[in-house]
Design a protein. Sequence first.
Length: 333
Amino acid sequence: MKIGIIGTGWVAGLHLDALKQIENAHVVAIAGRNEARAHELAQPFGAKTYTTPLAMLQSESLDAVFILLPPHMHGDLERACSEHVKGVLIEKPISQSLDTARSVSEYFKNAGTIVSVGYMNRYRQSVQTAHSLFSQPGNEGILAHGWWTTQMPPPLWWRTFDHSGGQFVEQCTHLVDICRYAMGDIEEVSAYSTRGYMSDTPDYSVDDAMVVNARFASGALATFSTGCFPLGGHPESAGGGIGLSLSSRANRVTLTGWGFEGAVHSGDEDRRSIPVDDNIFYVQNKTFLDAVASGNDSGILSSYEDGMKTLATTLAANESARDRNGAPVAVAV
């Protein structure tokens, strides 16, 4: 299978490391504006490099493309991919604009493109356990609480609100997506955000911190808190500042750290650890490539439509915090 990569950032390295381990996955081309970085990533594969994705799509006969770009760089690129390749994997979030995502969805539907969105945590055993437990009748999820307070990512695009959408859209999207996967769709959110503390950071327009309340279609509830500050010091038990707790009548599932290491609690002294996944990008990428090869996308756990629902939830929180003074906003795709 001939694969093209679009993007040369940090996450591109994680995907490429995983693709090295997948039999018959041949990375033949990498497109990126950073030519030196593109050559560095391409060298182990003997892949060609391009400065523009369109040149790559037009010159190569590709089976699948990985779009690994910031949220604001989506739209026309997906349309081009839908015209040239059978399968596309898109890193989360799929955009910073719901209108753009709606247009892209139509491109893919019209072309019959097989699409996977990079919410790799859905494939983790810990998240699969939560999904399985809370799918049992009488054991539905009732309450979730998630937090993501870590150091600020270094890319300039990340700290620009119009490019990234802020931390709740760009990073905490993982927390929201896990909750949606385990507890069902969210239909309404309300949020407050604050700014002005990060006064010494140049070109900084995202929120310093945000708190979000969410109501699920089932009636379940969730709270999220998030912020990015140039400080470490989170205790190991706090997962380095990332964590999620999901509770039902019978179980509580705790997930901590970037790897969402999990445990199931069924009583005061009944705690079961969940095995940690060594390379979740391998699992996600192999599932996607198998779907492209077979033409059957039933194994893909995060479709483009799912990515749109998670995006709509996080954008509704931004609207509540920035435009509605904390008033509830309905989540509409």
